[in-house]
Design a protein around this ligand. Structure first.
Ligand SMILES: Cc1cc2nc3c(=O)[nH]c(=O)nc-3n(C[C@H](O)[C@H](O)[C@H](O)COP(=O)(O)O)c2cc1C
Length: 190
């Protein structure tokens, strides 16, 4: 498959089978992920692969975190909501948390390292196209919470860029009508 074809064929797909993904396939995906441009060789990519019981631990953490800020966590409505949250990580057999480490050289700019990790996230999504896996990049309040960074065992000041859910497809993701770039582009030529 050509690179451009893979890019154009990619669609987020969240409906996945429970069937696990071989760890060697996950390693192959991560080796592709880190093939991004990076300024000043900071190597900012940090990943945590969450699978098996790890997904339950993530769900339990999310519930604990949300419960802390709730006035009435025991109300029937909140109990139902929290049980939904607890099960969220079980939607996929594998979740890759992708994060950017704070650079330890003064010339480096965090924004650039976050950009490099965002490119790594796209590499994961494109590798998934080639490997016939469904994938979806998720964030949400939980991913911007320093407590999540700590729970995942990243160093402090690491920025979580995405939680990428991966799995064998139960249904093919629906294709989208993509815009052409014309409306978003100006040419500076003269
Ligand atoms: C930074 C980022 C965060 C996202 N967060 C979520 C999310 O929390 N939940 C979700 O369902 N999709 C999330 N998405 C996926 C988008 O919803 C998805 O890319 C969009 O619907 C377009 O579909 P496509 O990926 O098939 O082009 C996120 C995408 C990006 C780039």
């Amino acid at each position: 498959m050509s690179v451009i074809k893979a890019i154009k064929n990619r669609n987020s797909g969240a409906i996945m089978a429970d069937e696990d993904i071989d760890p060697d396939i996950i390693r192959q995906i991560l080796d592709a992920a880190v093939c991004t441009p990076v300024h000043l060789r900071t190597n900012p990519w940090r990943f945590v692969v969450i699978r098996g019981r790890g997904r339950h631990r993530l769900g339990d953490f999310m519930v604990r975190r949300l419960t802390r800020d709730m006035a009435e966590p025991d109300s029937p409505k909140n109990i139902r909501y929290l049980e939904k949250i607890r099960k969220k990580p079980l939607r996929a057999p594998v979740i890759i948390a992708a994060a950017a480490a704070k650079p330890d050289i003064p010339q480096a700019i965090m924004r650039e390292d976050v950009a490099s990790v965002a490119a790594a996230c796209q590499n994961i999504l494109l590798a998934a196209v080639e490997l016939n896996l469904n994938a979806i990049w998720c964030t949400g309040d939980i991913s911007y919470d320093p407590a999540t960074v700590e729970f995942l065992g990243f160093e402090a000041a690491t920025e979580l860029v995405g939680l990428i859910y991966l799995g064998h497809p139960l249904t093919e993701p629906s294709a989208k009508i993509r815009p052409t770039a014309e409306a978003f582009t100006r040419w500076l030529e003269d």
